[in-house]
Structure formats: C-alpha cells, structure tokens
Design a binder for this molecule. Structure first.
Ligand code: HEM
Length: 398
C-alpha cells in the first residue's frame, strides 16, 4: 500500500488541526470533538480521520492488522525517501526484530548508569540559565539537556553531540516555522549523520555496553545481523524521536510551574509527590499529540466507517482528557492516582524511551525546584500539530 495524498471526498470536515480555532485553543476543540464527533474527519492533506476517545485510540493502536504503521505514521506524510524509521514503520512481528535490539539500552541498569552524568549536565545548564539576561528555557536548557542525554545514552563523542545538537536545533526551528522544504533538507542531513555514525562504528567498534551502535552490532537478532541501513534507521528514529518531543515536554513542565507560584513553593518545600506530578503533566501536556496508522481495509471504529487506505490519527492528547477514563479530565490534579495516561502510546509501538524520558523529567523537576522563584516572560511559543505544548519559554526570576 502506498502513501496517498489524493483527496478523499467522502470524509467530512469536522475540524481543521491547523485552523485558527484549533490553534487558539486545541484542548477546547478536542473536547468538542469528543462530545460531538469522536471519530472526526478532516479534509486536510487529502483527508483523514482522528480518533479522539481513549478506547478507540487503544483499540486501533493494538490492532496492526486493521491499522498498519507501514504506510505512514505522521500526517502530513513525510516523504518515504530517506532512511526507514525503525521500528516505527514496521508492524509486528517485523518490528520486534528492532525493538528487542534497542530495548537493552533502556533497561534499569543502563538508566542508573546514565543518571549521574545527566544530573551533572542539568546542573551546569541551570547555572548558566539563571545567569542569562533573558533566559529562554527551550534553547538554554531543554534542547541541550535532551540532546546531551541522548549523547550520554548512545555513547557519542562531544563533536558528534555538537553536530547532532545543531541539526536538531535547525530542524525544530524549520518545523516550528512551517518551512517544510528546509525541514526536509535537514532531515536528509540527519540521515547522513546516522549513516556516518554507523560507518564509523563498523570501522572501529566500541564498548557494546555503552555505545549504542556497537551494542546493536553485537546483538544477535533473529533473521541475522542488522544491515547498515537498518542500524542507521534505528539510530535515526531515536535521535529525532528522543529529542524534539521531550524538549517540548520539559518546556511545558516549566511553563506550568511558572504559572503556579503555590505549586512551585510546595515543590521547593518537598511537599509534592513528584512521580504523580510528572504523570499528570504528561497527561495534560502530552507532547506527541498524534501519530498515524492507515486502515488496511474498509473497517469500523467508534461507530464510524473508515475506508481502506485512509490515514487515521491516534490522538493521545485528546484520549488523555477523556471523561470516560479520567474523572474531571480538564482539571489539573497533581495527585491524580491512578493515572492511566497514554502519552507514551500503547501497544506494539509504545515508546521505547519512556524510562529515559521519565528520568529527564525527574531531573528537570529537581532543577526547577532548586531555582529562585520564576514566572513567564513575554516570549512564549506553542508547538503545532502534530506536537503539543510549549516549545519556547522566556523566564523571569524573582
Ligand atoms: C516526554 C517524552 C516522550 C514522549 C511523550 C514520547 C512518546 C512516544 C509515542 C507516543 C510513541 C509512539 C507510539 C505509537 O506510535 O504507537 C513513541 C515511540 C518511540 N519513542 Fe518516544 N516519547 C518520548 C521520549 C522518547 C525518548 C527520550 C526516546 C529515546 C531516547 C524515545 C524513543 C522512541 C522510539 C524509539 C519510539 C518508537 C517505538 C516503536 O516504534 O516501536 N522517546 N514515543
């Protein structure tokens, strides 16, 4: 099945994910959809449906035979020219080949080993942040912290980290500025970076315990060793998936705290359950708003008929405000427990980097609790579809 952006006239236009009403207040627009047309059609990008209710998102995520990841996983579809994004663009059982290899880098012992260098990095960034005349949390903290943690996790050199940091920064700027031609060109450069990294480790393997490419090369997957392209495809997905989305989430965390002096004070006094607070922040500011599958045949979900070949967005942000699962869903409840949010997805493609993302959030919360009281400055920018949350945040310290 090929990605198809031809117009699908039978799809209603229930909402426009990039229109002014959504841009102004995405949460209210999604609440309207959950109430009035939970499987919402859009004519954007050739037409697609969005699942806005929790149960429908879970059902589609867990049924790759009906909703495949092999055609497109984002909307608008990215051109399928560069490296494959592995495992995201494969259905099980093929995706398992890649998940098993990558998983070893996200186990508890590995996470414990990277915590101290990540804390050191965060402390030095925080020191520089408070010293700036106009501190901007995204550029001065969240971006270098998330790229730096990836480099620590993947065992990269400083020069490689610098190159990745620059590519990541330019990529985010192009995407947020809506300049998709530049974003496409930078995406190809990121492919080049991943291919060079793999070639370098193939020529001179490093410690498989700490260097991710060497670790994947030493792994013995079913079906034979990974090819160079497979290795680069896995690295490529991790480097970008593990950077843009967490950056936005850390900015959203800081933005929420900047607007709640009382919560800040209780955090400083250590009177907040930080684990529950992080989960509630993930629920309310799910940074990966939506990912996409394609219906493999005519099918039905949530009472709506979906034509075969039609893209279907899994809206995690909306699912996380579904009143059927979360009592008083629009209220921010820092002690919400249980909290069954699906900000990391659900099913065969559930986020592999969850443990690193939660560690980043814990460290960032500790940093924010150690700063002088802060509020929001004038420079705040929000991410756009298919992301969600704050992407740029000027802070003012008391
Ligand atoms: C707040 C931070 C993060 C959030 C909210 C998040 C969310 C997600 C979501 C929603 C998915 C896809 C689920 C699907 O398509 O069904 C995903 C997949 C993935 N994430 Fe994350 N992510 C975060 C951080 C990270 C980090 C730090 C890394 C790597 C270090 C990472 C690596 C991946 C990978 C490799 C996949 C693909 C898994 C697969 O296809 O099987 N993520 N993430």
């Amino acid at each position: 099945m090929a990605a198809d952006d031809g117009l699908r006239p039978m799809i209603p236009h229930d909402w426009d994910p990039t229109g002014p009403t959504t841009q102004a207040d995405p949460q209210s627009e999604l609440a309207r959809l959950r109430r009035t047309c939970p499987v919402a059609g859009s004519q954007n990008w050739g037409g697609f449906y969005t699942l806005t209710r929790y149960d429908d998102v879970v059902e589609a995520s867990k049924d790759p035979a009906r909703f495949t990841a092999t055609v497109q996983t984002v909307i608008p579809a990215s051109p399928r020219k560069g490296l494959p994004r592995l495992p995201l663009q494969k259905d099980p059982p093929e995706s398992t080949r890649y998940r098993k290899g990558l998983n070893q880098f996200f186990k508890e012992n590995r996470i414990r080993a990277i915590e101290a260098p990540m804390r050191d990095l965060a402390a030095s960034l925080a020191e520089a942040l408070v010293a700036r005349p106009t501190p901007e949390f995204g550029t001065d903290f969240a971006a270098p912290f998330t790229v730096g943690s990836l480099c620590i996790l993947a065992g990269m050199d400083l020069s490689e980290a610098d190159e990745l940091g620059k590519l990541g920064h330019d990529y985010v700027a192009a995407v947020q500025g809506g300049d998709m031609a530049t974003a496409g060109a930078i995406s190809r450069e990121i492919d080049g970076f991943a291919l060079r990294l793999v070639a370098d480790r193939q020529a001179a393997p490093r410690d498989p315990e700490t260097d991710i490419v060497s670790g994947l090369m030493a792994h013995e997957p079913e079906g034979g060793p990974y090819s160079g392209e497979e290795l680069a495809g896995m690295v490529r997905l991790m480097l970008i998936g593990g950077h843009v989305v967490p950056r936005n989430f850390l900015c959203s965390m800081a933005w929420h705290l900047a607007g709640d002096a009382d919560l800040q004070a209780r955090l400083r006094a250590d009177r907040v359950d930080r684990r529950l607070l992080i989960d509630e922040l993930l629920r309310c500011y799910s940074p990966n708003q939506a990912l996409v599958r394609v219906a493999t045949r005519d099918t039905e979900i949530g009472g709506t008929r979906i034509p075969g070949g039609c893209p279907v967005a899994l809206n995690f942000l909306s699912a996380n405000r579904d009143a059927a699962v979360f009592p008083d869903p629009m209220r921010f409840d820092e002690a919400r427990n249980p909290n069954r949010h699906i900000a990391f997805g659900v099913g065969p493609h559930m986020c592999l980097g969850l443990s690193v993302a939660k560690l980043q959030a814990r460290i960032t919360l500790d940093v924010l609790a150690s700063l002088p009281p802060f509020s929001t400055g004038p420079g705040v920018r929000w991410a756009r579809w298919t992301e969600y949350g704050v992407t740029q945040l000027e802070l003012r310290f008391a």
